[in-house]
Design a protein around this ligand. Structure first.
Ligand code: UDP
Length: 359
């Protein structure tokens, strides 16, 4: 079978690392990089470190508004699908590349599988939420990370088949943890002591695009009580420059700004942090898997199990709530296996094989 996989941004490269090599054992895969993230820090390093096969096609469709970007990718994929004539299209997560990939395939009459289907924040102001819902309703195979995702899709009466396969990011996190531990020198590089620092990331449009919200984020970071490593996403770096707020972060005595880290360095600093503050979906999951308390800089999350288990607190941009959450000791609670134990990639391969054999 010929599978065309569409990826475009950092978390999708991580997700493809759990699936592409496995698919290629039995199938032909054409990996299309839309170019949503194209710089080395957010793209190349992930292909290299995680051994993701090099893209077969690059669309170079980065930049522009969500609407422009989605439309551009959609238009380009029409030609790609017609030339490549795949039997199946695979998309990941909740970006413009995800939606454009699913829609282009559905319109071309090619079955689509959505990895990480059924995740919901129930916040339609998030561009990601719109992408998730629309992608799910255009997809034939709904490959879910959690039971909650399966129930969300059943409640919405999505037409595709839901399958609980586990979470592909968990596969990668579990597989690369010992490699990161052995190989990364990030603790020494950034002068961090095991268990004596915080890690903070933020890049959701809702937190960084509006200068007032961005200033609240800056105030929250300035108030943190421990040395804090802040790898800056390019979107956040650009917003800080524009709002003339970067200098404040640079001057804050406990904050250490860094460029976006490669996967192994990020994992190393995540696994030895006292706590992680983030608005990233993937990082909330990774914190749970690593047993590091997470403080989520959002009012809602798709990864509700991490909150229900006591390992994740939702604080939005409320500084006092964040400080309280950071001061709390790690929960004295066992972590149950929420995300499939590192076998999601294998299950996806099985489900895909069974689906295409039936057709
Ligand atoms: N990540 C990374 N370096 C960083 C920040 C994040 O390698 O400086 C990884 C992180 O480990 C996770 C993924 O990027 O696997 C999450 O991506 P992001 O936060 O951009 O996306 P989201 O999960 O919010 O969609």
């Amino acid at each position: 079978m010929r599978i065309l996989t569409v990826v475009g941004n950092r978390p999708q490269f991580v997700k493809a690392a759990a699936v592409s090599r496995l698919l290629r054992e039995h199938h032909e895969e054409i990996l299309v990089h839309t170019g949503q993230h194209y710089d080395d820090e957010l793209s190349r390093v992930f292909f290299e470190e995680l051994d993701v096969p090099a893209p077969d096609l690059r669309l170079g469709a980065g930049g522009g508004s969500n609407t422009e970007q989605t439309a551009r990718i959609l238009g380009l994929l029409e030609g790609v699908l017609s030339d490549a004539a795949p039997d199946f299209v695979l998309v990941y997560g909740d970006t413009n590349s995800t939606l454009a990939g699913a829609l282009a395939a559905a319109q071309a009459g090619v079955p689509v599988g959505h990895v990480e289907a059924g995740m919901r924040s129930f916040d339609r102001t998030m561009p990601e939420e719109l992408n998730r819902v629309l992608t799910d309703h255009a997809s034939d195979l709904l490959l879910c990370s959690t039971e909650t995702a399966v129930s969300n899709l059943r409640r919405e009466a999505a037409a595709g088949e839901p399958h609980l396969v586990g979470d592909v990011m968990a596969d990668v996190s579990l597989a690369f943890r010992p490699i990161a531990e052995g190989r990364s020198t990030a603790l020494v590089d950034y002068g961090l002591e095991e268990g004596g620092y915080l890690l903070a990331t933020a890049h959701r449009p809702g937190n960084v695009d509006d200068p007032e919200r961005l200033e609240r984020l800056v105030e929250l970071l300035e108030a943190l009580p421990l040395p804090t490593l802040v790898p800056l996403h390019p979107r956040t770096a650009a917003s800080l420059e524009k709002a003339a707020l970067r200098g404040r972060l640079e001057r804050a005595p406990l904050l250490r700004l860094a460029p976006p880290l490669g996967y192994l360095d990020f994992m190393k600093v995540a696994m030895h942090a006292r706590a992680i503050l983030t608005d990233s979906g993937g990082v909330q999951k990774e914190a749970y898997l690593l047993g590091i308390p997470c403080v989520t800089l959002r009012d809602n999350t798709e990864w509700v199990e991490t909150v229900e288990s006591g390992w994740n607190s939702l604080v939005g941009l409320d500084r006092e709530a964040a400080l309280e959450a950071v001061a709390r000791p790690a929960p004295d609670l066992a972590r149950s296996e929420l995300y499939g134990g590192g076998h999601a990639g294998e299950r996806i391969r099985e489900v895909l094989g069974a689906y295409t054999a039936r057709r």
